[in-house]
Design a protein around this ligand. Structure first.
Ligand code: CP
Length: 315
C-alpha cells in the first residue's frame, strides 16, 4: 500500500481498493476453515483504541487480529488514565512507546485518527471518526456488493438517510464512485449537504425517483447521538417518507439488495420485514467485515518495519 495509515477512502486509488478486496477474498477463505487461524501476524501487536461505542467494528478487528495470530490489546477509555486527565495524544504516545504494529482508532470527533497518526510511529487505521469517514465499513460494503453482483463497475447504488451526519455515506460515496458505480443519495433536504453533488453523486428528495433502477439500496441509521438540531419533524414522519419497506423496494430493480451498516433502528429506516428479508445482506456485511479487517491488518500491520517503513509517506 502506498499510504502508511488508512484514514479514509478519499485517499485510496482504485488499485488500492482492488488490492484490499482481493486480499479480503483470500481472508474469507480462512474464515470458512474448521480451524480459523493462520500464523501471518504472529509476533505483531494490534491495539484497539475505541473512544466511542461499537459492536461490529471493534469485535471484527479483534477477531481479525486473532485469526491472523496477532496479539490484540483492547484499550478501554473508561478504565484508563484518561480518567485522570491524561490527554488523548499522551495516551496515544504512551501506547506507541510499547511498540504496537498497528493502532485502530474510533472517536466521535472527526480528525482524531489523523491527529493520532501524526504523533505515532505505528500505522493508524480509522475505525470511524465523527461524521467524517469509516473506510473499513465502505470496503466491507464493496466486498459484499462484489460478492452479490459479481462487479461494482456500472451498478447504481442508492444511499438513503442522514447523509449529512454519516461517515458511512461519505466513505461509500468515495469508494463506490472510484470503483465505477453511479451513486445516488436520498434524504429530506436538511439531511443532504449543500455541496454533496461535488462528490459526483446525484441528490434526490423523492425516494421513489432515487430508487428507480437501483441495484443496491443502502439505508443509513438515524443517528440520534449526532442530531443536535431539528432535522426532520418526527421519527414517524421520517419513516413515513424515507423508511424502506417491501412495497417501496419494488421501485428498485427486481434483484436489488438491501444493505445497512448497523445497528438498525427497526421500523424507522428499515421495516422489520425488510431487515430480515431475502433481499437483505446485512449479516453478510457483518461477516465480510472480518475478512476486510484481516486484509487491512495484513496490508498495514504486516509490513516490514524499520528503514523501509520510515521512508513511507503519510497521506
Ligand atoms: N457499522 C458500524 O460501525 O457498527 P458499530 O458501531 O457496531 O461498530
Amino acid at each position: 500500500m502506498k499510504h502508511r495509515d488508512l484514514l479514509g477512502m478519499e485517499d485510496l486509488e482504485r488499485a488500492d481498493i482492488e488490492r484490499i478486496l482481493e486480499t479480503a477474498n483470500h481472508m474469507r477463505e480462512v474464515g470458512e476453515r474448521d480451524v480459523k487461524k493462520v500464523p501471518t501476524l504472529r509476533g505483531r501487536t494490534v491495539v484497539n483504541l475505541f473512544f466511542e461505542a461499537s459492536t461490529r467494528t471493534r469485535a471484527s478487528f479483534e477477531i481479525a487480529g486473532k485469526r491472523l495470530s496477532a496479539d490484540v490489546v483492547n484499550f478501554s477509555p473508561s478504565s484508563s488514565s484518561l480518567k485522570k486527565s491524561e490527554s488523548i495524544l499522551d495516551t496515544a504516545r504512551t501506547l506507541d512507546a510499547m511498540d504496537p504494529d498497528c493502532v485502530i482508532v474510533r472517536h466521535s470527533v472527526a480528525g482524531v485518527p489523523k491527529c493520532i497518526a501524526d504523533v505515532l510511529s505505528a500505522p493508524v487505521i480509522n475505525a470511524g471518526d465523527g461524521a467524517h469517514e469509516h473506510p473499513t465499513q465502505a470496503l466491507l460494503d464493496m466486498l459484499t456488493v462484489q460478492q452479490e453482483k459479481g462487479r461494482i463497475d456500472g451498478l447504481t447504488v442508492t444511499i438513503v438517510g442522514d447523509i449529512a451526519h454519516s461517515r458511512v455515506a461519505r466513505s461509500n460515496i468515495y469508494g463506490f464512485r472510484r470503483m465505477g458505480a453511479e451513486v445516488r443519495v436520498a434524504a429530506p433536504p436538511t439531511m443532504i449537504p449543500a455541496d454533496v453533488e461535488t462528490l459526483g453523486v446525484k441528490a434526490y428528495t423523492s425516494l421513489r425517483e432515487a430508487l428507480e433502477g437501483a441495484d443496491v439500496v443502502m439505508a443509513l441509521r438515524i443517528q440520534n447521538e449526532r442530531l443536535v438540531g431539528s432535522w426532520f419533524p418526527s421519527v414517524r414522519e421520517y419513516s413515513a417518507t424515507f423508511g424502506l419497506d417491501r412495497a417501496r423496494l419494488r421501485f428498485a430493480k427486481d434483484d436489488a439488495i438491501v444493505m445497512h451498516p448497523g445497528p438498525v433502528n427497526r421500523g424507522v429506516e428499515l421495516s422489520h420485514e425488510l431487515t430480515d428479508d431475502r433481499s437483505s445482506v446485512i449479516l453478510d456485511q457483518v461477516r465480510n467485515g472480518v475478512a476486510i479487517r484481516m486484509a487491512v491488518l495484513y496490508l498495514f500491520a504486516g509490513r516490514q518495519r524499520g528503514r523501509a517503513a520510515a521512508e513511507e509517506t503519510r497521506p
